[in-house]
Write a protein that binds this ligand. Structure first.
Ligand code: GRF
Length: 216
C-alpha cells in the first residue's frame, strides 16, 4: 500500500477519483492525510464522508511561505507519506517543500503542458482557438506547471465549446489519469531520468492517453 498525502484547495473531484479507486480496490494506496489551505474547500466534506483525516493549513497563519510550507511538510512526514499528490492545490510550492519529497510530488494540470500553463488553462485553450487540449500529470519542480511529464491525455475542442464544457470533457480524463499515475507509483514502475519519465512496462504510442491506461 502506497501511503499518499493529497493537497487540495477546492472542490476535490480529483481527490474523489482517488478515494473511489481505493474503495473499489483498483488503487493500492492509502490516503494518510489531506491538507487544505482553504477552510471552505468542499474536498474537506469528502474527507468527512469517507473517514479520511484532513487538516487545514492556512497561509495567513504563518509569517513566511517557508514556515507555511514547513508546516505542511511536517504533517505529511508525521504520516510517513511516500507520495504527495497536488489535486487542485492553488499554491506554488518552493524548493523548501520539494526537498522533503524528491521526485515524489505530482500535480494534475488541465492542459497539454507546456501549452496553457498557469490559471484558467481551459479558458486559455478556448480563447486561443486550440483544436486539442487535454490534461497532464507531471512531477512538480520549482517551475509552474512545467515539471517532467508522466502521462498526458488529449481532448478535442468543439466549435461551440465554452470554458465550462471543455473543463468537463477534460475532467473526465483527469479522473482517470491521476489515480492511474498513483497506481504506477504504487507498483514502483515510475523511472525518472532528468526530464524523461518512463513508466516501466507501460504501452507507449497510444491515443488519446499516452502511455495507455491500464486500470482506470
Ligand atoms: C482540476 O482541473 C485540476 O486539473 C486543476 O485544478 C482542478 C481541480 O479540480 N489543477 P478538483 O478540485 O480536483 O475538482
Amino acid at each position: 500500500m502506497l501511503r499518499i498525502g493529497v493537497l487540495v484547495s477546492g472542490r476535490g473531484s480529483n481527490l474523489q477519483a482517488l478515494i473511489d479507486g481505493i474503495e473499489d480496490g483498483r488503487l493500492e494506496a492509502s490516503i494518510e492525510l489531506v491538507v487544505s489551505d482553504n477552510p471552505e474547500a468542499y474536498a474537506l466534506e469528502r474527507c468527512r464522508r469517507h473517514g479520511i483525516e484532513s487538516v487545514i493549513v492556512r497561509r495567513k497563519d504563518y509569517r513566511s511561505k517557508e514556515e507555511f510550507e514547513g508546516a505542511i511538510a511536517e504533517k505529511l512526514k508525521e504520516k510517513d507519506v511516500e507520495l504527495v499528490v497536488l489535486a487542485g492545490f492553488m499554491r506554488i510550492l518552493s524548493g523548501n517543500f520539494l526537498k522533503h519529497f524528491p521526485s515524489r510530488v505530482i500535480n494534475i494540470h488541465p492542459s497539454l503542458i507546456p501549452a496553457f500553463q498557469g490559471l484558467h488553462a481551459q479558458r486559455q485553450a478556448v480563447e486561443f482557438g486550440a483544436k486539442f487540449s487535454g490534461c497532464t500529470v507531471h512531477l512538480v519542480d520549482e517551475s509552474v506547471d512545467a515539471g517532467p511529464v508522466i502521462v498526458q491525455a488529449v481532448v478535442p475542442l468543439l466549435p461551440e465549446d465554452t470554458e465550462d464544457s471543455l473543463s468537463e470533457r477534460i475532467l473526465r480524463y483527469e479522473h482517470r489519469v491521476l489515480p492511474q499515475t498513483v497506481q504506477w507509483f504504487a507498483e514502483g514502475r515510475v523511472r525518472v531520468n532528468g526530464r524523461l519519465v518512463v513508466v516501466e512496462g507501460a504501452k507507449y504510442g497510444s491515443l488519446p492517453v499516452n502511455p495507455e491506461l491500464e486500470k482506470f
